[in-house]
Design a binder for this molecule. Structure first.
Ligand SMILES: O=C(O)c1ccccc1N[C@@H]1O[C@H](COP(=O)(O)O)[C@@H](O)[C@H]1O
Length: 212
């Protein structure tokens, strides 16, 4: 089964095109003002228009309100909603109201953190395992932090899932081999500076995924 890949935090036509050309299954647009990857509605609309039918548009949110979700879904023509720091009941309500493929991010540092994944069964369509960022960090993701992949050993995933957190062109093949991830997600690992994606690194990441 080929492994799918999401390139997240895209904010320019050139890097979006690199993700599409390299075979990304998903492209991500961040709607979170503190992020260096935050896109406004007009930029999201322009980028969304470049995405071909076989590639899914994912909006990334941190416990968003309905007004932001509605505006972003319309502007970015979002097919999937990725929710960080959002309680299971709220994830379920968003999924029910928007009727979109809905991902719940679970922040992982210890094995006990994986328990949170179970609470999203019935509320989300997919779990995204991501590294837990330090207390007080500006962002709950997109910081290039990795968690110990061995924590996933033997874990019974309650939903379809994806792996993120500190992935890059050099480690993604090992990450897939080690965890069996069906979908991998990267942001800072394909950047030259925070929020500045590098088309060559995007191509290298997708090439590494394709060769697995
Ligand atoms: O990328 C961001 O700025 C961001 C902001 C708020 C929530 C999540 C964010 N990014 C997501 O974090 C993971 C891991 O990123 P990285 O590869 O470790 O940099 C990824 O799923 C992004 O979608």
């Amino acid at each position: 089964m080929p492994v799918s890949a999401k390139i997240c935090g895209l904010s320019t036509p050139a890097t979006l095109d690199a993700a599409v050309a390299g075979g990304a299954s998903h492209v991500g647009f961040v709607f979170f003002a503190p992020s260096p990857r935050n896109v406004g509605l007009d930029l999201a609309a322009g980028l969304a228009a470049r995405v071909p039918a076989q590639v899914r548009r994912v909006g990334v949110f941190v416990d968003p309100d309905d007004a932001l979700l509605d505006a972003a879904v319309a502007a970015g023509r979002l097919e999937s909603i990725q929710l960080h720091k959002t309680a299971p009941e709220r994830v379920a309500a968003i999924r029910s109201r928007l009727r979109r493929d809905t991902w719940a991010a679970v922040a992982v540092k210890t094995r006990a953190d994986l328990d949170a994944a179970r609470s999203y069964a019935g509320a989300a369509d997919r779990i995204l395992y991501d590294a837990k960022t330090p207390p007080g960090a500006a962002l709950p993701g997109g910081m290039g932090l990795r968690f110990d992949w061995a924590l996933l050993d033997g874990f019974r995933h309650p939903l379809p899932w994806a792996l993120s957190g500190g992935l890059d062109p050099a480690n993604v093949a090992e990450a897939i081999a080690r965890t069996g991830a069906p979908l991998v997600d990267v942001s800072s690992g394909v950047e030259e500076a925070p929020g500045v994606k590098d088309p060559a690194r995007i191509g290298a990441f997708l090439g590494a995924v394709t060769r697995v």
